[in-house]
Design a protein around this ligand. Structure first.
Ligand SMILES: CCCCCCCCCCCCC/C=C/C(=O)SCCNC(=O)CCNC(=O)[C@H](O)C(C)(C)COP(=O)(O)OP(=O)(O)OC[C@H]1O[C@@H](n2cnc3c(N)ncnc32)[C@H](O)[C@@H]1OP(=O)(O)O
Length: 308
């Protein structure tokens, strides 16, 4: 816990502001295969391998594979580890860009870990929310090139991760992506909303957020929520091709352009991080919200109907 607390302090008070101003399936063929891979991911998780990093310094980019079974849900510990890794990328002279993907079949990320909000406690809740803010600031405000290779479902916080990147390629298949918070009885935070507006525009975001819409991959492409679709087997190759293209652009000009496009959205949260954290705690502690979260958790835990 003390490691988390010190990392939390570094991340909380460390580089976020400087960073801002310095820059600126296909479905598994058989359930048994899928379950085996899931189990492997869970085993790796038990030994605390929550993500893998594959750095190709010659080509100038890294592949970051989320690996926190079963569904890459974002809890405090995972976010803290991710933030440390994102900081390492940011400081690297050799790495120009990162492909963000998942090693778990059919799942990019299930978003925030609902257990972090259910029966929330002030102390941990604040640390959790601050770590999430930090992840977003680091990703959305990064100087580096981030390409999301979305290999499966990507609801809510999973969608936020991908729309914080510079380019998104999604696997063809029965996958869903979007900000579905209203379906959980909660309102998407303003910085989730604004990142979505910056990606798909105001009107589409207004509809999507009110309805809690989860887009199929084809629908996501049609509204520019993702930039490209790929067969699952080609996803990483396509992301690498795209990365090479982005890496070939003059770095400073690209960074300044990115920074100028994203500065206002980032500044809004940076100016009110503590108030945003407090709102999160107050809002999440409400009885009505806790009731919605409990019902949602129960619905997730219901035994799945056999597809046979
Ligand atoms: C005045 C007020 C102002 C307020 C301002 C601030 C307010 C702030 C409010 C708070 C805002 C928070 C924003 C929230 C963002 C989020 O990200 S919330 C999380 C949303 N995520 C979801 O809805 C996804 C839920 N999961 C799924 O739909 C499916 O699991 C899946 C991803 C499609 C995968 O399906 P499948 O492969 O069939 O796996 P499952 O069997 O469903 O799941 C496996 C186990 O994982 C558990 N699980 C799934 N998702 C989560 C999760 N997000 N958190 C925790 N746990 C999860 C699931 O229960 C299964 O568990 P077991 O049954 O124990 O195996």
């Amino acid at each position: 816990m003390s490691i988390i607390k010190s990392a939390f302090r570094v991340l909380r008070f460390g580089s976020a502001k400087n960073q801002l101003f310095s820059l600126e399936s296909k479905t598994c063929r058989a359930f048994s295969v899928c379950n085996k891979l899931r189990q492997d991911a869970s085993d790796a998780n038990a030994s605390k391998i929550n993500f893998y990093v594959d750095e190709n310094k010659e080509k100038g980019y890294a592949i970051l594979k989320l690996n926190k079974g079963p569904v890459n849900s974002l809890n405090l510990e995972f976010l803290t580890e991710l933030n440390i890794q994102l900081e390492k990328f940011e400081e690297s002279k050799e790495i120009k860009g990162v492909i963000l993907t998942s090693s778990i079949p059919n799942i990019f990320s299930a978003g925030l870990d609902i257990m972090e909000m259910y029966q929330i406690k002030q102390d941990r809740g604040s640390q959790f929310w601050t770590a999430l803010q930090e992840t977003w600031i680091k990703l959305y405000g990064s100087n580096k090139i981030y390409i999301a290779a979305i290999n499966g479902h990507s609801p809510a916080g999973g969608c936020l991760l991908s729309i914080s990147c510079d380019y998104r390629i999604m696997s063809k298949g029965p996958y869903k992506i979007g900000l579905n918070e209203t379906l959980l009885g909660i309102k998407a935070p303003f910085w989730f909303r604004d990142t979505m507006i910056n990606t798909i525009g105001y009107r589409e975001t207004e509809k999507a957020l009110q309805l809690g819409k989860l887009y199929s991959s084809e629908e996501a492409l049609a509204v520019n929520l993702v930039d490209e679709l790929a067969d699952s087997k080609d996803l990483i190759t396509k992301a690498e091709e795209q990365m090479s293209k982005w890496c070939a652009i003059p770095t400073v000009a690209r960074e300044l352009t990115k920074s100028s496009m994203r500065r206002d959205t980032l500044s809004k949260l940076i100016a009110q991080r503590e108030a945003d954290t407090q709102s999160f705690i107050e809002f999440t502690q409400r009885d009505s919200i806790q009731k919605s979260l409990r019902m949602y958790l129960e619905s997730l835990k219901k035994p799945k109907k056999s597809s046979a």
